[in-house]
Design a protein around this ligand. Structure first.
Ligand code: G3H
Ligand code: ZN
Length: 277
């Protein structure tokens, strides 16, 4: 069933469980994520990034499909807008019925980040929509998710108080789109952030984190765990393998179906790693 992100994430944070938040690029991803979550008996967050919106040219078609898949599911499913820098896209997600948005002002100065995020929070809260934001200590091309970036716990607490955000993405050693799973995350910093910040913490770039450290990150106080690249690797490997063994196939359902089944299995496995049940 379509479930508010607030309900899923806040309940998990209170219970010390992780929440898997996985990116939807094609409809098959949404179907796979829900099938994996149903198999694991866990809730899940389907998220659509601004980059995916650019790829499709608009939010409504894929966003409406993700909402429909969520409504039809046997488990609790939230639909979230990921990494939005465009405020009009945030407003559209609110109109469509998304449960949450991530407003990403992490490349702005601290003062500008606080001011623009506060405006987004006011709009979203007026419509009952949960807001995740991001605070980084290091700017530059890779922004907060350069592997060297770290979020300061005191600044993070001040940022949450100043903006009223509901969840906070922090920099603890991950970086986006890693193809290897060998990122060194700072578990001690996660524990300090957890003690300092009154809202659930979000780990981005989690594809680069080995399974054991994902489990440790949740134990140290991380709640929402964002994973995209790992599922793209899984999907693409399954499609490649299917096409290599079936070179005569032309029906797209055959190989996309193989990708979808592989992603569902990997999602169920990852939800176990995150203790998401
Ligand atoms: O917001 C989405 C995530 O941070 C995904 O990052 O592709 O490195 O897993 P990833
Ligand atoms: Zn991210």
């Amino acid at each position: 069933m379509l479930t508010p992100t607030a309900e899923i994430v806040d309940a998990a944070a209170r219970a010390g469980r992780g929440v898997g938040a996985f990116n939807v690029i094609q409809l098959e991803h949404a179907e796979a994520l829900v099938a994996g979550a149903e198999a694991a008996g866990a809730p899940v967050v389907l998220q659509i990034s601004e980059n995916a919106v650019r790829y499709h040219g608009s939010l409504a078609p894929l966003g409406s499909a993700a909402l429909a898949v969520a409504r039809a599911s046997a488990t609790a499913v939230a639909v979230h807008l990921d990494h939005a820098t465009d405020v009009s896209l945030v407003h559209e997600a609110v109109r469509l019925g998304f449960g949450s948005v991530m407003y990403d002002a992490s490349t702005m100065s601290y003062a500008d980040n606080v001011a623009s995020t506060s405006d987004v929070v006011a709009h979203c809260h007026a419509h009952g929509v949960y807001v995740e934001a991001e605070l980084g200590a290091v700017g530059g091309k890779d922004g907060v998710h350069a592997p060297g970036a770290r979020t300061d716990p005191d600044e993070a607490r001040g940022y949450v108080e100043a903006t009223g955000v509901d969840a906070l993405a922090v920099a603890v050693g991950t970086s986006h789109a890693m193809l290897t799973r060998d990122a060194a995350i700072d578990l001690e910093l996660i524990a300090r952030l957890h003690a300092a910040v009154p809202v659930p913490l979000v780990l981005h770039g989690s594809s680069g984190v080995p399974d054991a450290d994902l489990t440790r990150a949740v134990a140290a106080g991380m709640t929402k765990i964002n994973i995209a690249t790992q599922l793209n690797k899984t999907f693409t490997a399954a499609v490649r393998a299917y096409l290599a063994s079936n070179p005569e196939v032309v029906d797209t359902r055959k190989y996309l179906g193989a990708g979808r089944a592989a992603v569902a299995a990997e999602v169920a496995r990852l939800l176990g790693v995150l203790g998401a049940r």
